[in-house]
Ligand binder design. Structure first.
Ligand SMILES: [Zn+2]
Length: 399
């Protein structure tokens, strides 16, 4: 065992070039991957229903790593699902194994401040070379600023954000912690607090308003992120959604208005529908028995519109609806996000927030100040360390 681990590490350090980075193609499935690398399909079929669900979580566009020996045989693969956990396939002797391991990344704080020349989106992208950041910035102001009408050349903005890096590359979506958009000398602050955005007074400004997909809600399995078991040091499998009890044939409705991005078979999720909503949100409805005729990729749905009927496809643990919510491919707990009105912080929570918000405000003001005094159009801080070692490939820590 030990020897095998050391061997992997040696292979990596001596012949690092044998590891390749690939992009998960649209429509590509976990079974396709096994077929392409001549890995016995039982590696998939022997998985539990929950683990089959997880293999269906791999999303198009994600970067994954393949390590092959000199005969071209796959000896390791690391495939992220979400931002925190990955599928780790490895070969030992003649057999293949699959485990779930935490994704190792390092996180860095960044600041960006600039004076608008073209549009916030274009200028942020040009300064940071980070399209994710430009998109996320627009998302956060979606419900408070009309960029086309209200923002003109010379307006200023500042962003405090965190970025994850994996294998020396930016990974996932930037996490905006505080941001300031100054339009016509009027400052608009947004401060992130418990995954939502508030103004300086503690009123929620951006936020999503979703409804439950079933009229009667009884949760049989809750949402969980991947965690490391404190004693066994093993990864506890995440459950990226909630399971709702539903007899086969129960009406399923869209949790929000949006555009259908997939409708059909989705591996371990069986018959499933995915709908994208504003603000980088996406909902998933899985194990359906049927999909409504009107639901086609590219079609628009209204909140509450019937999209299909619940069922038991793709798994064997009894009929239910699996309901998932993602923000920029990051799984969120749908329960924390089902809301009908924007919230306002209250009591002790509000007091804590107000102190925190003032600190964030001071940092943002500082950035704008620097921008003016430097008389340059932009400042960026935080450099990415390209030489970060490929720690991710060390499987020993997960045993
Ligand atoms: Zn589920």
């Amino acid at each position: 065992m030990r020897k095998a681990v050391i061997f992997f590490l040696l292979t990596l350090s001596c012949f690092g070039a044998m590891g390749e980075s690939k992009i998960w193609r649209k429509g590509y499935t976990f079974l396709n991957l096994l077929e392409d690398y001549h890995i016995p399909l039982k590696l998939y079929y022997n998985l539990s229903a929950e683990d089959k669900e997880l293999t269906a979580e791999i999303y198009a566009g994600v970067q994954y790593q393949i390590l092959r020996n000199k005969n071209g045989q796959l000896i390791q693969a690391l495939i992220p699902i979400g931002e925190d956990v990955q599928i780790h396939i490895y070969k030992q002797g003649i057999n293949y194994f699959l485990i779930f391991t935490p994704i190792k990344y390092f996180q860095k704080s960044h600041t960006l401040a600039l004076e608008v020349q073209n549009s916030p989106h274009q200028d942020i992208f040009e300064q940071s070379k980070d399209l994710g950041l430009a998109n996320e910035f627009l998302n956060t102001y979606k419900s408070s600023i009309n960029f086309k009408r209200e923002v003109i050349k010379g307006d200023k903005l500042a962003i405090l954000y965190e970025r994850k890096y994996r294998f020396g590359e930016a990974f996932g979506i930037p996490n905006i912690q505080a941001t300031l958009m100054q339009t016509n000398k009027t400052p608009n602050y947004l401060i992130a607090y418990n995954d939502r955005y508030y103004n300086l007074l503690g009123k929620e400004v951006a936020g999503f308003l979703l409804q439950m997909p079933l009229s009667q809600v009884y949760i049989t399995s809750r949402f969980s992120q991947a965690r490391k078991h404190p004693v066994l040091k093993k990864v506890i499998r995440p459950h990226f959604g909630i399971d709702l009890r539903a007899r086969v044939g129960t009406t399923v409705r869209s949790a929000g208005s949006g555009k259908v991005v997939s409708a059909g078979n989705k591996g371990g999720y069986g018959k499933a529908i995915e709908i994208s909503h504003e603000g980088g949100l996406r909902t998933l409805y899985a194990h359906l028995s049927s999909i409504d005729k009107k639901i086609k990729v590219g079609s628009y749905v209204k909140q509450g519109q019937i999209i299909g009927k619940s069922g038991n496809t793709g798994i064997s643990s009894g009929p239910h609806l699996h309901f998932g919510l993602y923000k920029n491919n990051r799984p969120l707990n749908p329960l924390g996000s089902i809301k009908t009105t924007r919230s306002e912080l209250k009591g002790k929570d509000k007091a804590t927030y107000l102190v925190y918000a003032q600190k964030q405000k001071a940092l943002l003001d500082d950035e704008l100040e620097k921008l003016t005094s430097n008389n340059t159009s932009a400042t960026t801080q935080g450099k990415l360390n390209k030489s970060e070692p490929l720690k991710d490939f060390n499987p020993s820590e997960n045993r």
